[in-house]
Design a protein around this ligand. Structure first.
Ligand SMILES: [Zn+2]
Ligand SMILES: [Zn+2]
Length: 422
């Protein structure tokens, strides 16, 4: 299985195949309905048998049963089932119904999505997993319009595609290697909701950047990105472990007159709705407020930090990054014996997790104690804020900057290079 996976630090000379996790064990899916754009264009392979044209079934249900996978329509039981495009020239696709999108985040929902390429189903720890294997460029066409909408200007879609390609090929995170795929389909890695959101324009934008990546010191850039920096981007080392990354430093995300590219002055909040991904919550991302209640924080501390607090006295930032993101947050509280205690929540990710049951937009906020019952958080931005600010990049495209200019702005000192041709 490892043989098919991307190797970190290796620059491919031809377009690679990639493996994307579509259904993960944590989704706890026990049954999934599958349909085909045309069953004649696929074959279905179980451990023992090959079914050409998927036995002419338009729809199948794959169920977990007694440790294996079962398809009642074909009366088969097998530990693995693969659906393989047999006539790839026709661009056939497979639709999966009721998949999870936005795992664990406030925007989690169920979606139906359609995919090019092969899908392998198997069982790990009693749960169904599904892996989509397809050529990288086909995958990237879907990422640009899952992360952002196909309505976006083409310079934004090109920048988004190059960033997604670079991040993926740099392959520094490898969060899912043990499950046999390179990346998952969600915000944990990058968002991939299949081909249904693509348009001719978005496909052309992706094709225009075929094989292009960002390079720094002869290496593909680990091109991180998030939805909105809030006005200043954050340094790599303030969000993740490890040494500073020269091209992931903190920069003011502003134009010549000092207006933030990601601010409502450049991308109005009303128009933003049509440019962000279709599963994104429609909200205020540049400036937001959140009312954190005592009871909510008390129950979160119990659930996520296993500590008993009866009263929260104060929230105090101990360390703050250049973008205003809090990195260490001290929480002072009274324990069940009315004794004052404190805990330090480390990392912007933990802070966002502990302070909101549905994950706070960002850790760039100031705190005011409203009354004995709640704290008012006034925040900026959405996401970790490192690298490209997607809404800022949209604002730059609206300001007539091309994708190369946008990428130089967010990844200081990087250069664009084509590493393989079509
Ligand atoms: Zn992931
Ligand atoms: Zn920004």
């Amino acid at each position: 299985m490892d043989g098919n996976m991307l190797k970190p630090g290796k620059i491919p000379k031809i377009e690679p195949l990639i493996r994307v996790g579509l259904i993960l064990p944590q989704d706890e899916i026990e049954s999934i309905q599958v349909s085909f754009s045309d069953p004649q264009c696929f074959e279905l392979e179980t451990e023992k048998k090959l079914y050409p044209s998927c036995n002419n079934q338009d729809e199948l249900t794959i169920q977990f049963r007694k440790g294996q996978l079962h398809i009642s329509q074909l009366d088969v039981t097998s530990p693995t089932i693969s659906i393989i495009p047999s006539i790839p020239d026709k661009n056939p696709y497979i639709t999966l119904f009721g998949m999870i999108a936005g795992r664990g985040f406030h925007w989690q929902k169920q979606i139906n999505a359609s995919f090019w390429g092969k899908i392998e189903f198997s069982v790990i720890d009693g749960k169904i997993i599904a892996i989509n294997e397809l050529p990288l460029e086909q995958y990237l066409k879907c990422v640009a319009t899952s992360e952002m909408s196909a309505q976006c200007p083409s310079e934004l879609l090109k920048a988004q595609t190059i960033v997604a390609r670079s991040w993926l090929l740099a392959n520094m995170e490898q969060k899912h290697r043990h499950l046999g795929f390179d990346i998952c389909n969600d915000d944990c890695c990058q968002r991939y909701q299949g081909m249904a959101n693509t348009t001719d324009t978005s496909i052309n934008s992706a094709n225009d950047t075929f094989g292009q990546v960002l390079i720094f010191n002869d290496q593909i850039c680990d091109a991180r990105y998030s939805k909105s920096c809030g006005g200043i981007t954050e340094k790599y080392e303030n969000v993740w472990e490890g040494d500073p990354v020269p091209y992931l430093c903190s920069i003011p995300d502003v134009n010549e007159s000092g207006t933030a590219y990601c601010s409502p002055q450049i991308v109005s909040e009303d128009s933003l709705k049509s440019y962000i991904g279709n599963v994104d919550e429609k909200g205020k991302y540049f400036h937001w407020t959140y009312e954190l209640s005592q009871s909510e924080l008390v129950s979160s501390l119990k659930k996520k930090c296993e500590l008993i607090a009866v009263d929260i006295l104060e929230l105090r930032p101990l360390k703050t990054g250049d973008s205003g993101r809090i990195i260490d947050l001290e929480i002072e509280y009274l324990d069940e014996f009315d004794k004052p205690q404190s805990i330090v929540i480390k990392s912007e990710y933990q802070i966002r997790d502990v302070l909101s049951p549905s994950f706070l937009y960002s850790s760039a906020f100031t705190i005011e104690k409203e009354n004995d019952d709640s704290f008012q958080l006034s925040g900026r931005g959405w996401g970790h804020g490192v690298g490209m600010c997607q809404i800022g990049a949209l604002g730059m495209a609206f300001s007539n900057h091309d994708h190369a200019f946008i990428l130089r702005h967010y990844y200081l000192g990087s250069e664009l290079k084509t590493i393989y041709q079509s």
